[in-house]
Design a protein around this ligand. Sequence first.
Ligand SMILES: [Zn+2]
Length: 672
Amino acid sequence: MTSRGSGSGWWETWPWRLVQTNLREIDMADIDAARYVAALKDLDATVAMINTSGIVASYPTELPFHTPSAFLQGDDMATIVDACHGAGIKVIARTDFSKVRRELYERHPEWASVRADGHVIEDGGDVHVCPAGAYQQECAPRIVEETITVLDVDGIYFNMAGFQTRDYRGNDHGLCHCSACETGFREMSGLALPTSRDLNDPAFRRYLVFQDRVLSASKERIDTLVRRLRPDVAIDRPSDDAGGFIRQESSTALDRTPSEWPHSASANTKWVVTSLPHTVSSNSSVDFVDYPVRHVSVSPDRQRLRLAQALANGGGLDHYVIGRLDGRADRSALAAVRELFRFHAAHEVDYRDLRSCARIALVTGRHGSSEEFRGWFRVLAEHHFLFDVLLLDRATGPVLSRYDAVILPDHEPIPDDVATAIDLFVEGGGTLVATGRTGWRDGDLEPRPAPALECLGIDEVRGVRDGTRGAYLEIDDHAGFPRLADTDLVFLDGSYVDAAYRSGAQRRLRMIPPGPFGPPERLVLPTVTGEPGLVIHRFGAGRALYLPWACGALVDRHGQTNTSRFAADVLEHHAGLEPIGGNLPAMVEVTLFERSDARVQMLHLVNGSGSGLDTRPVTMRDVEVVIPFAGAPTDVSGLVGGRALDRHATDDRLTIRVPELDVFEAIRIERA
Ligand SMILES: [Zn+2]
């Protein structure tokens, strides 16, 4: 990231309620600007995202490499943008440079992505083009320039940016072998392109670095161009610190099990809000079930939950439909979207200028273990620890100083500077929880001779045992494991790191290696070994807790209380972190934000009890929540229920009673 000043754009204070109308070419044939805007106003939308450029130009382009729409008989794009502005709606131009029409490809075959077998990839007459090739490198910036100078748009979004290897049917076509990739990669690495995606292959590791360099160089070039021509335009995934917005998606998929991770919208929102100041988190609730069935909505309850999770975590609201809002075949989810958008519109002042009160950072980043991350996310959320999600490369000293504890969930690559910052954080009194192979690779994914983090107290990694199925960890001492009072065993699965630790490192739990598990007559637990399940190492004024196994991945895959209670006890009784009190069920997510003048706090309770079945959540009654709070509040109100709430302040704790919790409650706490 380069630093070109801090942000001060419109997006920083704008009440963000975005509707993306992903227009088909034919939608422009009879589009009516007034009707388009009326449909947005009906939802109380404040931002519209409209397809303008790339695969199809929805305005009269003068560029020979920009395919003009054949359906520009309705109101023109300038009229639509003007009408939006007249109604107080900002407009984001949606671009897509991932494909060109076959006719263009035939004039410039060198633009295309090429499979290892020499074939190009075509979807309905559109040919995939490569980010390293001349179309994305040279033509895309000129299309961006035309778009933002011809149209009075307020933002720009780049759809399907990056090296796309899948088509719309989900087929994976493998790594690109076009001449730009072959030449560029050979110049950078001296190597031929890798043939498989294997991190143990040095060529593949260098290839991932090559991809990063191609993408970040071209993104920086485009962002610099936009900032120069239109500094007022909000940029998607900005490469500088001036900010903009980051659009992600919470979506279902026909072949995914479960079809959507229930914490998707919270997790997507958290990392942006935590890691990127001046940048809006715009996590889209995708209206449809999957690409092949884009005309049918997912259930309204799912849409409500996603939007409530975005709000609760400090993000903007974002809803995405195919085509225009007027004339949709399936309108069943719109009432739910309208409900959440209107709630935000009624209380938008309370959502301004908020910052998270969490003192725990769960780290995420590219090439980390998503299973391990999701498992720890569940443990934190279900046991009601307040936490942020922090991008690994944003884990600098000043950022880490906001936290009591940092969790590194089996995050293999850690750059040297981040490793140093984390060691200093622990040395200065912070707490680290790390699992598995954390820090075994450097920032370029190269294997390290020894794990990066000194604070973990690992003397030597002797190896990794992959065959732990049937193994256990014996809780030989229950001190610090009150949630596991009824069991003496925690089960293992997956890999286990065999390591030697420094003297002084405290070892907890003892491994029982895999024994026979059938027939029952032969089931005898083998003798315990001295191998630990948790190692606690004092380092300077702080401590590092190391779990030499992938505890989070087990929670993500199975969610057994045996594993999740172990993890929660590690956090509460060994890392010294205090969860939110009260009688909240595991399916209620809790977040706490504070206005920068510290006079108002926003406490959200999100009811996820309907998420597994796509049903309305069970209404919970007499919910009690206890948060840290110094002094006494002057007002505590539930904004959804629209009433003052009973509360009781004592001993730096505030107890709030919520008589009824439906989809969510936003509790506004005011102090004098
Ligand atoms: Zn290529």
